[in-house]
Design a protein around this ligand. Structure first.
Ligand SMILES: Nc1ncnc2c1ncn2[C@@H]1O[C@H](COP(=O)(O)OP(=O)(O)OP(=O)(O)O)[C@@H](O)[C@H]1O
Ligand SMILES: Nc1ncnc2c1ncn2[C@@H]1O[C@H](COP(=O)(O)OP(=O)(O)OP(=O)(O)O)[C@@H](O)[C@H]1O
Length: 584
């Protein structure tokens, strides 16, 4: 069969106004066969999105050619056919929602392709069903949560029934179940309907399903092959600022100490089998010292009790987003908040710095009762920093340095003090002062923007720092660096509140976790207490870290009597190492 896409020696250069040209693609060659499932991974700014935009003629090569079937993307006569063939879902949902009602937005694409009315209705139903958004079909998209918007965008592209589906980090804002459902849908479309899939992701385990993995670095293809072949090149991947999937990392460490333990494990099934073989009939010791109880951290800095919040209050469209949220942030704590897409996490934390006011219940932050209209919320916002889910929304100055200085300047600090704070904040987020202070804010990569937004909030030197999905869209190395920096801030005594859909990250860093479901706090406890309830979490669209699933599976397979409380790769390595080998 003829390839469906051919990329031939493609170079692409951005020419930013008044800036240096950026060579984003440097000689890409790629052939995609119909029905293939391709995953593309690579560091921030490696050229993944730029390549994706070439596949449906959103960008045209500076040099070289892209062919979709027999159409050259430069041939404007075929642009419509190319776009109908190659459907694309982008990273940020806000850029691709066009209509004012969810179902109209989903209908927009197929309508433009001239799909007859009856079929149109059927396609819209089917697509909304695929992403579980039927209940929201009459909503206005701007009133949805980030994850819900992302699902609408995916439905919009599915409704066009494209032969090739390009997903550019389209699951980054979804909760684990939403992510699994979208991946499952995509896999089904690929296997059963023969849809060609090209999925860009920063999650290495999401690339395991692919027939072929492409690793990009600095505008070139650095590695390519079936997942097993690519993920066995651990050192090379690290050089490329990437990582291996968590179970592979675990297997490799075990292999170093137990040479007959396989090093190239990719899936849970393979891991359970390898442990079974290694045990050879012996039982696995369950003992692992339980984690130390959390230290007494004193009077709370912030408390929300029975918090209620309505959007569009007093209008016929009023929606109750929070019914009964209870939170407590104590000095020196790192508190994690998890919950399904649209559960109310972002709404809840916006009460902690006075961006939103409670409609019921009580919120007391740093001694101020936010139910009292006389509270000076501007003063409070300096003491409680909030970094939004989409950091772009937070940047507004033309130059990076001015953006970060904005807050301290408003505090009427001296020039020297402002400069010093900007320097400190940039150092804290790993941005070099001289390199970045005069860069255009909007010509930065996604990861750099995230750091600038964080620095802008840090420059206010808050006592509580709230981060809404801080690592979404960052590559594995960027995620690691950001966590290191965030933990350093914690060492200075700052209390941290982190919203995330990444169970592994929450398990690694948080002292306590809250689970919010449908506007209510439903669980509270240490990571061990929360992740010890996998069934409960799954019912709520959440999940447990992959190593916790592994321990469960080992218990199910009767290789260990009771599942010990394990939720980080490090704990799993220690436990399995000791149990299989005696000591690591
Ligand atoms: N509109 C633009 N103007 C100027 N430079 C750009 C523009 N868009 C991207 N770039 C630059 O081109 C390079 C490749 O960017 P691209 O968005 O393709 O990377 P990516 O691999 O998708 O990154 P990420 O993982 O952060 O999404 C980067 O250096 C980026 O800064
Ligand atoms: N400005 C708004 N107007 C009306 N409804 C809104 C608005 N913002 C959010 N909502 C609704 O309130 C509920 C909670 O949204 P919120 O953004 O707090 O959820 P979330 O848990 O942060 O979700 P996600 O994980 O997708 O970011 C959702 O049902 C959402 O549709």
């Amino acid at each position: 069969m003829a390839p469906i896409i051919r990329v031939e020696n493609v170079h692409f250069t951005y020419q930013p106004e008044g800036g240096q040209p950026i060579h984003a693609l440097r000689g890409i060659n790629l052939t995609v066969e119909p029905g293939e499932y391709l995953a593309i991974v690579g560091h921030n700014g490696s050229g993944k999105s730029t390549l994706a935009k070439h596949l449906n003629a959103l960008l045209l090569p500076t040099q070289g050619d892209v062919w979709v079937r027999d159409w050259n993307t430069r041939d404007r006569r075929h642009t419509l056919e190319i776009r109908a063939t190659v459907g694309m879902v982008f990273q940020t949902p806000d850029n691709q929602i066009v209509a004012t009602i969810v179902e109209e937005d989903v209908a927009f694409g197929p309508e433009n392709l001239g799909v007859p009315h009856d079929e149109l209705v059927q396609r819209v139903d089917w697509s909304l069903e695929q992403v579980r958004m039927i209940p929201y079909r009459h909503r206005a998209p701007h009133l949805l949560s980030g994850g819900q918007k992302q699902r609408v965008c995916i439905a919009g592209v599915l409704a066009m029934k494209p032969e090739v589906l390009v997903l550019d980090e389209s699951t980054a804002m979804l909760d684990p179940r939403g992510r699994a459902e979208v991946l499952e849908t995509v896999r089904r479309l690929n296997r059963e309907a023969g849809v060609t899939v090209i999925a860009i992701t920063h999650f290495m385990h999401e690339a395991l399903d692919a027939d072929r993995v492409i690793v990009m670095a600095d505008g070139q293809i650095a590695l390519e092959g079936p997942p097993r072949a690519v993920f066995s090149q651990v050192e090379r991947l690290r050089e490329l600022q990437l990582d291996v999937p968590p179970l592979t990392a675990l297997a490799r460490t075990l292999h170093r100490h137990l040479p007959d333990f396989p090093a190239d494990i990719l899936t849970l099934d393979e891991m359970v089998e390898a442990v079974r073989r290694q045990l050879n009939g012996r039982p696995l010791a369950a003992a692992l010292p339980s984690p130390p109880p959390p230290t007494d951290t004193g009077e709370p800095l912030a408390v929300a009790e029975h918090l209620v919040h309505d959007y569009m209050r007093g209008t016929p469209l009023a929606v109750r987003a929070l019914h009964d949220v209870n939170l407590e942030i104590r000095p020196g704590e790192i508190v994690g908040i998890l919950g399904h897409t649209g559960s109310g996490k972002s709404t809840a934390v916006q009460h902690l710095n006075g961006l939103l006011r409670p409609h019921g219940g009580r919120v007391v932050v740093l001694g101020h009762d936010l139910g009292d209209n006389r509270v000076d919320v501007r003063a409070l916002r300096r003491r409680v920093g909030l970094v939004f889910q989409f950091p772009e929304a937070q940047l507004f100055e033309r130059y990076v340095g001015d953006d970060i200085a904005y807050g301290p300047r408003n505090l009427k600090l001296s020039r020297e003090e402002v400069r010093e704070r900007v320097r400190r904040a940039m150092a804290a987020v790993g941005l070099d002062f001289d390199t970045f202070k005069d860069r255009f804010t909007f010509s930065l990569s996604g990861g750099e923007m995230r750091r600038v937004a964080l620095a802008g909030v840090l420059a206010l030197e808050p006592e509580i720092l709230i981060l809404d999905e801080p690592t979404a869209g960052l590559d594995p190395q960027g995620r690691r660096q950001l966590w290191e920096q965030i933990l350093k801030l914690h060492d200075t005594g700052m209390a941290l509140v982190i919203i995330s859909h990444n169970m592994e990250e929450l398990a690694e860093v948080c002292h306590r976790l809250y689970v919010i479901a449908e506007g209510r706090t439903v669980l509270e406890g240490t990571p061990a207490q929360i992740f010890g309830q996998p069934r409960r979490l799954r019912e709520m669209g959440l999940d447990v870290p992959v190593v916790t699933s592994l321990v469960d599976r080992l218990a199910e397979a009767r290789l260990v009597e009771a599942a010990p409380p394990i939720y980080t790769v490090e704990q799993a390595t220690r436990w399995l190492g000791e149990a299989l080998h005696g000591k690591l």
